[in-house]
Design a protein around this ligand. Structure first.
Ligand code: G16
Ligand code: MG
Length: 216
């Protein structure tokens, strides 16, 4: 039986992918190459340093660990500058209604994000109190598709992995949930999130009773 919902942040609750993209693009341009929006797809749900490695490989650039840290810090400063303007209006469609149902049904909730900025983003959109546990990039050693972020969420909520339902928009994130032995709701395209148990375009109109009947 499903007792807890574990939510990814970026792409499920809020869409910061565009800001990550703008900040990475600015960095790449500074190094003399460009990244496309299509390229950016593979960075979704991937940790900051892993994303940087993927981008540098793409640009054919090799750097020392020190140089990489400096670039990642600069990118994060630019990114934070962009997301600092976010407000509750940036919450993705359907999320607020869905959380009202979650509360009514007494389902436990955890955030499972690899972002080190997750708490800050939740504060700016006014959703900090909507989660019983928050697992973010500061609490984990391994990024998605490793299941650590979701297993820690289950642990903090004191539920078993098989009692959890993960909500994810990224291929790496769906894999992380599956690797943790959990059921996964994909948010996005069926053709992309092939491993998910069920896929919705977004949370608009999703009914918890119908969803649970579909999952079990
Ligand atoms: C998010 C984004 C990723 C980003 C990662 C790390 O993951 O989807 O693109 O690279 O956070 O973010 P930060 O640089 O803020 O630590 P998630 O798990 O919330 O989808
Ligand atoms: Mg995501």
């Amino acid at each position: 039986m499903i007792k807890a919902f574990l939510f990814d942040l970026d792409g499920v609750i809020v869409d910061t992918a565009i800001y990550h993209y703008q900040a990475w693009k600015q960095m790449a341009n500074g190094l003399g190459f460009d990244i496309s929006e299509e390229f950016n797809e593979q960075l979704k749900g991937v940790s900051r340093m892993d994303s940087l490695d993927i981008i540098l490989t793409h640009g054919g650039i090799e750097l020392s660990q020190e140089e990489k840290l400096a670039l990642a810090t600069q990118k994060n400063e630019n990114y934070l500058n962009l997301v600092s303007k976010m407000s509750p209006e940036d919450i993705l469609p359907g999320v607020t209604d869905f959380f009202a149902q979650v509360k009514k049904e007494n389902i436990k909730t955890a955030l499972g994000s690899v972002s080190k900025n997750a708490k800050l983003i939740l504060e700016s959109i006014g959703m900090s109190d909507d989660f019983d546990a928050i697992i973010d990039g500061t609490k984990i050693a391994k990024g998605k598709p490793d299941p650590e972020v979701f297993l820690k969420g289950a642990e903090e909520l004191v539920v078993l992995p098989e009692e959890c339902l993960v909500f994810e928009d990224a291929v790496a994130g769906v894999e992380a949930g599956k690797n943790g032995g959990m059921k996964v709701v994909g948010i996005g395209k069926k053709e992309v999130l092939t491993q998910a148990d069920v896929v919705f375009e977004n949370l608009v109109g999703v009914d918890i009773h119908e969803l649970l009947a579909q999952i079990n």
